[in-house]
Ligand binder design. Structure first.
Ligand SMILES: CC(C)(COP(=O)(O)OP(=O)(O)OC[C@H]1O[C@@H](n2cnc3c(N)ncnc32)[C@H](O)[C@@H]1OP(=O)(O)O)[C@@H](O)C(=O)NCCC(=O)NCCS
Length: 218
């Protein structure tokens, strides 16, 4: 993930001990006592990575609880993002004086069925995937990029985006993508200067698709 984000964003990737690390009280309260073990381990690794990323910015340890809508609640003055998938977890954090929002996502690199493709891809994106070089499951790259886009969008705008609300263009050689957000969603946003486009980077390696994006300051 480090290479996908600018130097103003601190990134931490979980090591093997982090999945069984210690939560702070405010985080434990969000998770509850009844969370299944896999959920507990994912949530914990995310919080350990979040704290390590914040330490990378020179910030003291602070809780990152979850809001009722499941979005992470970063300390004042910090923006960030968390992702986990089987065997991998990472978090990114930045000062809100450096970037407006940050998002990241990791997915297993695998084929996806036609039903998932229809849910995630616009018809023209499906055509693009068919034209791109072989050896990469492009629908997963687009899926991950759209989840990253959502994680950038939501903390700024606070509203839902459907998978078909972002039209993605990929540059497979540069490892970059740009999402154009549906004008109706941008026009309906109840914030000043909502993002109409969100650009990021992707990499496919080690059995994973990783995507990340930042929204620059206005
Ligand atoms: C929220 C969502 C993007 C998470 O992605 P995921 O692949 O399921 O899971 P990941 O492990 O990558 O990310 C989970 C983390 O996302 C973060 N997250 C959850 N909701 C979030 C939100 N609304 N905004 C920002 N981050 C959010 C949390 O930190 C969560 O981890 P935690 O519960 O341990 O704290 C996904 O569940 C979702 O709701 N997608 C539908 C919306 C969407 O992606 N639309 C596409 C628009 S183009």
């Amino acid at each position: 993930m480090r290479d996908l984000l600018p130097p103003t964003v601190a990134v931490a990737v979980a090591g093997s001990d982090d999945w069984a690390g210690e939560l702070l009280a405010a985080e434990q309260a969000c998770l509850g006592e009844r969370a299944v073990q896999t959920r507990r381990r994912d949530f914990t690794a995310g919080r350990i990575c979040a704290r390590r990323a914040m330490a990378g910015l020179g910030l003291p340890p602070a809780a990152v609880p979850a809001a009722a809508d499941r979005a992470p609640v970063w300390p004042a003055g910090v923006v960030g993002s968390i992702t986990h998938t089987t065997g991998y977890c990472a978090a990114a954090a930045a000062r809100s004086t450096d970037v407006r929002s940050v998002g990241m996502d990791a997915e297993q690199h695998r084929e996806v069925n036609a039903g998932v493709r229809r849910l995630v891809l616009l018809p023209e994106e499906e055509e693009t995937c068919a034209r791109l070089p072989g050896g990469i499951s492009w629908p997963v790259v687009l899926f991950s990029a759209k989840e990253t886009v959502y994680k950038v969008w939501y903390p700024v705008v606070g509203s839902w985006l459907d998978f078909h609300d972002a039209r993605l263009e990929l540059d497979p050689e540069a490892g970059t993508f740009t999402a154009r957000i549906a004008p109706a969603r941008v026009d309906a946003a109840a914030v000043a200067d909502p993002p109409a486009t969100i650009s990021g980077r992707f990499v496919v390696a080690d059995g994973l698709v990783r995507t990340a994006a930042v929204l620059p300051l206005r």
